[in-house]
Design a protein around this ligand. Structure first.
Ligand code: X8Z
Ligand code: ZN
Length: 603
């Protein structure tokens, strides 16, 4: 689990929690809420978080690195305590809804009110049941195997195999892991919704959407607006990729309604398609190098990849990571135990930052390292605040920082690293853009679908009897991908994606994919970059670093438009930067697609 995502309330708890809870309960009955008691409450809560966050952080770290019956037992206990305290804090905070408060006290109060990802009703039995379920779901995923293959093994097969039958087999096989999650998931939704309603939210999805400094409904419209901006680019990419896959796999690559079977896109969830680049790149779409090959040829190991990522940040003026980062992080997959290999970044206390990743020597993992380090540098920058403000401007910002830095892994930068001899000329541009688009553009509808599904599940629009059909209806509608084999309600395909059993909200990644291009454009403008923006690297630019640091240091202390303005000068999330970045590719795709029947009929 990515602790950064959880925010201050998400990292508290521990043995000391009980006295705090009793304390709040006593005050609840005793005092009228006033501006003075509000300040005392916030100050007390900040102290509690400081103390208990550390305890919870260590417990979660142990579980993610040593998945056993006992570590799960500990996590269940901490989660239960955590929910219990979170509910109390949220209720206490709501008592101040109509009290006039200064800006910071109001903002912190509102943050506490929305602090839990999955609240439970104020009932110890339901809190315990919810904690059992969430730990169980994560553990089912972590222990999941098909024919002895864990998710990381299947990810590798999907990335490299071109054997249609094998791809279909592992695609289907990985999804045998998730049906046992189905009933627990439904029960979890029921409990979390009861909890959310007790706290005054329509349902848990509405609670999640209220985390964006605007009413839940406005955020739904905002997500639709952003998608509307980028949808035509996605459709051009879909059309072109489908044709190339038909060249490779024949009729197996397209359905009568124009959709692409989900097992042919180089990724077990069809979420990023970069791994099929060699299949879809034509002669005039050659980037001139392959990052994985460059890293392998140069003999990079896991540590060197992380050191190189860190060096990018220090080139911008950030301090190096502490020695403990290197001592305590997990960089390689241990052979002797079960770990949660899904990459994550952690702040255990004010000085203890770590990543947990099962690194392979690939371009993809090189990018992910920058993604994770972006979390760590953000976490360190906002430590100037108390725990309640220790979070991203919104969660999309947190996910965007490292990706934004990784957009600077350009040919020019690779030459500076000594990995590439010389920059390929402009004839490589389409290849560079196509390979980026396969990851960044293909991801957009996927990242929408995950939480469109969960929002509908929480609102009851998709009921447990329709979990799987509802999932595929959305994937077909937005992504134009379809299952390669028949699916029924005996399946639970959402559960085969880590963030569903892990209960990590996903809209953050959609926003991050819009925001990172806004950050990149603003940074390149700051740097006075003149050429095409996809060739721009901000490596070594201290001015950009200083300005970035200003935004990072704000944490969640101000509404996100203020943070966005501090770095980019604009207050709106906006798809025009990503569209401008890919504009030459869009023209090229449309030329290739001319006269073709594009699009699909999702029924
Ligand atoms: O989960 C992640 C990061 C950790 S926050 C590795 N990502 C999403 C995913 O893997 O599904 C990054 C991109 C989307
Ligand atoms: Zn992340």
């Amino acid at each position: 689990m990515n602790k950064v995502s959880i925010g201050a309330v998400g990292i508290l708890l521990g043995a000391a929690a009980y006295w705090v809870i009793d304390n709040y309960a006593a005050r609840d009955a005793a005092s009228e809420p006033t501006a003075e008691t509000a300040m005392a409450f916030i100050s007390e809560t900040e102290n509690t978080f400081q103390e208990l966050g550390e305890y919870a952080g260590h417990v979660f770290w142990i579980q993610a690195n040593f998945f056993t019956h006992d570590s799960n037992w500990l996590v269940t206990k901490v989660s239960e305590e955590f929910t219990s305290l979170g509910v109390k804090l949220s209720k206490e905070a709501s008592r101040y809804n109509d009290v006039e408060l200064d800006f910071d006290t109001r903002r912190k109060m509102d943050s506490l009110r929305r602090g839990l990802t999955l609240p439970a009703p104020d009932d110890p039995e339901k809190m315990a049941e919810l904690a059992e379920i969430t730990t169980g779901l994560e553990s089912t995923y972590a222990f999941g195997k098909y024919n002895g293959l864990a998710d990381v093994d299947i990810i590798k097969i999907m990335a490299t195999s071109r054997n249609e039958a094998e791809l279909k087999d592992v695609w289907q096989g990985w999804r045998t892991v998730s049906p046992p999650m189905r009933d627990d998931y439904a029960r979890m939704v029921e409990i979390a919704n009861q909890g959310s309603q007790e706290l005054g939210f329509a349902d848990t999805g509405a609670l999640w959407r209220e985390g964006y400094d605007m009413p839940a409904d406005e955020f739904t419209a905002e997500a639709d607006r952003l998608w509307g901006q980028v949808q035509p680019l996605y459709e051009s990419l879909h059309c072109y990729v489908r044709d190339r896959l038909v060249d490779q796999y024949g009729d197996a690559a397209v359905t009568g309604s124009g959709m692409i079977p989900a097992h042919l896109l180089g990724n077990i969830w069809a979420q990023q398609w970069g791994n099929v680049f060699p299949l879809v790149a034509e002669g005039d779409a050659d980037p001139g190098y392959d990052l994985t090959q460059l890293l392998v040829d140069a003999g990079y190991d896991e540590i060197q990849m992380v050191k190189t990522g860190e060096a990018f940040f220090t080139s911008l003026g950030f301090e190096p990571l502490p020695e403990t980062f290197w001592e305590r992080s997990l960089f390689t997959k241990p052979q002797d135990r079960i770990v949660q290999c899904h990459a994550s970044a952690w702040d255990i206390d004010d000085e203890d930052f770590r990543i947990k990743m099962c690194i392979d020597i690939t371009g993809e993992d090189f990018n992910t390292i920058h993604h994770e380090l972006g979390h760590n540098f953000y976490q360190r920058a906002y430590k100037i605040h108390g725990p309640i403000y220790q979070g991203g401007a919104n969660d999309g910002f947190h996910e965007a920082i490292g990706d934004f830095i990784a957009l600077s892994i350009t040919p020019n930068y690779l030459v500076q690293l000594g990995l590439l001899d010389e920059e390929p000329d402009a004839s490589a541009d389409i290849g560079l853009l196509l390979s980026q688009a396969l990851d960044k553009i293909a991801f957009l509808p996927f990242s929408l679908v995950v939480d469109q599904w969960r929002w509908k599940v929480f609102s009851g629009e998709i009921s447990p009897e329709n979990y799987n059909a509802g999932w595929w209806a959305l994937r077909e509608q937005y992504q134009g991908v379809t299952p390669p084999v028949e699916r029924t309600e005996a399946d639970f395909d959402p559960g085969a994606k880590y963030h569903i059993p892990g209960n990590v909200p996903y809209m953050r990644y959609f926003l991050a994919h819009i925001l990172q291009f806004q950050f990149h454009k603003a940074a390149c403008d700051m740097a006075g970059w003149q050429g095409p923006v996809h060739r721009c690297t901000i490596y070594g630019n201290r001015e950009v670093g200083d300005r970035l640091n200003t935004m990072l240091e704000m944490g969640s202390s101000k509404p996100w438009p203020d943070a966005l303005e501090a770095f980019t000068g604009t207050r709106e999330m906006d798809g025009s930067a990503i569209l401008a970045y890919f504009a030459p590719l869009k023209d090229w795709l449309d030329e290739k697609n001319a006269g073709k029947q594009c699009g699909w009929d999702a029924g």
